[in-house]
Design a protein around this ligand. Structure first.
Ligand SMILES: [Zn+2]
Length: 687
């Protein structure tokens, strides 16, 4: 028998997967897992009645301690007898501790052993959110499950920072547990440790000793890539005690949840179902639908033929399209109702499949379609085998065998993003590698500046904008300014004429850049984009403001030789003005890397892309401290390869400068710090 207040019982464990089904009991109801918890930030799930939630099968609703502490304040809950009566909801409530919200505050917060100090966004009052105040507030709210206050850092933080945050989290966990006292409310601890498996192990071991009723895997979905997140989720879930619930906070899409259940997680919460509904989108058994699309204007069909929710049984797609188009609140409500139903239905099917011993079958089948767009009315229409040759200026559209479109430079035949879909490659190489999401969460008054060198068909800029928009709707983020460099807008113009082939361009940004060379987001005042038109070698010199990140995505030196020379990189290095700057590029050519080194950058291996086994990351010496240990720097084996290379010296370098150039590379700070290279140096010196 578990000592837990939740009387947790494991009902079944899937075979060939870590997925499990369990039952536990809160102060209000019996809870069946795996389960999804709708988010009711302000003691309301946005635009939904509690009766709707009951009918959809919601078992627990999440409320935010941080927001409720500020307004209406704990006294209201004390006098009115807690949140259940207050919001007319008689099933369970889980309250978070407020830690994550404070972590996400862009300004005016500071952390100490005592707690987190922040300024109220309502009246400017300074508040110390200690573990004790958090628990006291959650006790006033009378939630069924409380969360211990944790110290969250970006998942990409250095190990020393991640360790310090984890240790504070452990001490706060003990204080939170003590503050609960003999209250019948359950309490979960939050495992921290960023992306370091050893820290995660330590965190689980420490927290498991303390007698919590359940555990959350915290510190994820804050900057890392999808595969990193899944790995840490799996390895952490595996370490957690099997007789307590496991909760992955803030996750996610239906596919994310399916993947996490497979990895051993029981509980989820996310604002996505109601949030995408507000923007007119729904998850269905026929894919993800954007109801504002014109294809639904005359559609008499039900929203989702596989769903029996009140929206689907009563309204046509044509009506829902109309409501979404006109921005009516009822559209938000009806689509949200369906999405919540869809999430719960998915979790019920998952549970049944685990109990029936066929989870893996279901997992494979669901995985196939959960990432799909509208399968019946696809937005992309390339016919396999039929080549479309659409051309503008020096560029034409190329349709890959896999069916996606990209832009080809006619004269050289070079294709931008030839093997991977443009947005996918942009996400992998530029957005994820630069940890853009985590940077947006950093506290800073200055905007984050991205130089997008080689605008092309705007895939990289749009991937960055999409990242910003996703982050900004979740939590406050710092401002972001994209500066694109391009001397020929034809590839963007061409792609903008064919948005059926380049769907990511259906956004007000690219049109603004094409028309006015600048764009300012209406939804997000902190998000802007401008174009510097002209030859990069000239425009780079006075370009403003200086960058924090550079996405260097020019055509290769075969098509565009002058963009990869030592001179160009020297100018680019100078334009960084001594700041901490990181540069990402798809190439791994020896000549480009040596030119970057000679210009003063430190150079490391980037992740693979398409047919390339690796790509390249460069950073200025000022960024050395931030990047320490994060990147795989080129080392002596690369120097050997360079020494044998036919492209050892930049093409424009006069022969009498070869010796000094070689010495300069060998003496580069990056290699001097590497012990084994010292021996190599002598070999080179003897040449
Ligand atoms: Zn429905």
């Amino acid at each position: 028998m578990s000592s837990s207040r939740l009387h947790f019982r494991l009902d079944a464990q899937a075979t060939g997967s870590r997925a499990r089904a369990a039952t536990f009991r809160t102060l209000h109801n019996e809870v069946l897992t795996p389960l999804f918890m709708p988010v009711g930030t302000q003691a309301t799930v946005k635009a939904q009645l509690t009766r709707t939630l009951e009918e959809a099968g919601s078992q627990i609703v999440l409320a935010n301690t941080y927001h409720l502490l500020l307004r209406p304040g704990p006294e209201v809950f004390r006098r009115l007898g807690g949140i259940h009566k207050f919001m007319s909801w008689d099933r369970s409530v889980l309250t978070d501790s407020g830690g994550f919200q404070i972590f996400s505050l862009p300004h005016s917060r500071s952390m100490s052993e005592a707690g987190a100090v922040f300024q109220s966004y309502l009246d400017g009052q300074t508040i110390l959110l200690s573990p004790e105040l958090s628990i006291e507030t959650q006790k006033a709210i009378k939630s069924d499950i409380m969360m211990a206050l944790d110290h969250c850092v970006a998942s990409t933080a250095a190990e020393s920072i991640a360790r310090a945050a984890m240790e504070i989290t452990h001490r706060w966990a003990e204080r939170s547990l003590a503050a609960r006292g003999d209250s019948p409310q359950a309490i979960f601890a939050i495992v921290q440790g960023a992306l370091y498996p050893e820290l995660r192990r330590e965190s689980v071991a420490r927290l498991a000793e303390l007698g919590f009723d359940g555990f959350a895997i915290g510190g994820l979905a804050v900057g890392e890539g999808k595969s990193e997140r899944e790995e840490i989720c799996e390895s952490t879930a595996e370490l957690l005690p099997c007789d307590k619930p496991r909760y992955l906070m803030g996750v996610g899409t239906p596919l994310d949840m399916l993947e996490a259940v497979h990895r051993g997680v029981d509980m989820f919460d996310c604002i996505i179902p109601t949030q995408v509904a507000q923007r007119g989108a729904v998850f269905t058994s026929r894919g993800y639908l954007q109801m504002r699309r014109g294809v639904y204007k005359f559609s008499d069909e039900t929203l989702d033929p596989g769903c029996n929710c009140p929206t689907c049984t009563r309204y046509s797609r044509a009506y829902l399209h109309h409501l979404a188009k006109t921005g009516e609140t009822l559209g938000w409500q009806l689509l949200g109702k369906h999405n919540i139903h869809f999430y719960h239905q998915l979790m019920r099917e998952i549970r049944e499949s685990i109990l029936a011993g066929r989870f893996l079958e279901l997992y494979r089948a669901k995985r196939e379609f959960l990432h799909e767009g509208d399968m019946d009315n696809p937005t992309r229409v390339p016919k396999p085998g039929r080549k479309r040759s659409i051309r503008l200026g020096q560029y034409e559209v190329h349709i890959a065998r896999e069916g996606f479109a990209s832009i080809r430079h006619v004269a050289s035949g070079e294709i931008m993003h030839s093997r991977t879909e443009p947005m996918e490659e942009a996400q992998r190489l530029y957005v994820e590698q630069s940890h853009l999401a985590a940077r947006l969460r950093e506290t800073a008054t200055e905007p984050l500046v991205i130089w997008d060198v080689g605008l092309g068909a705007a895939a990289n800029a749009m991937a960055a904008i999409r990242c910003y928009e996703v982050q900004a709707v979740r939590e406050p983020v710092r401002s972001m300014q994209i500066v694109s460099f391009e001397n020929d807008l034809d590839s963007l113009r061409l792609a903008l004429q064919l948005t059926d082939l380049f769907p990511y361009l259906r956004h007000s940004g690219p049109a603004g850049i094409q028309k006015a060379a600048q764009w300012q987001s209406k939804q997000h005042p902190g998000l802007s984009w401008s174009l510097v038109y002209g030859d990069f070698l000239e425009t780079v010199i006075d370009a403003e403001p200086p960058p924090d990140l550079i996405f260097y995505d020019m055509f290769s030196s075969n098509t565009c030789r002058e963009q990869w020379t030592l001179e160009t990189f020297r100018k680019l290095f100078a334009a960084c003005r001594g700041r901490a700057v990181e540069l990402f590029t798809y190439t791994c050519s020896t000549s480009a890397r040596v030119a970057l080194l000679a210009a003063g950058f430190h150079v490391a291996k980037g992740r693979n892309a398409g047919e390339k086994e690796e790509t390249t990351i460069a950073f200025t010496p000022a960024a050395d401290g931030d990047t320490a240990g994060r990147y795989d720097l080129l080392s002596s084996s690369w120097l050997e390869k360079w020494n044998r290379s036919g492209a050892k010296f930049p093409a424009e370098l006069p022969a009498d400068e070869f010796d000094s150039f070689e010495r300069m590379i060998l003496a580069h700070e990056q290699f001097l710090s590497c012990q084994e290279v010292r021996g190599e140096r002598r070999i080179f010196d003897g040449l």
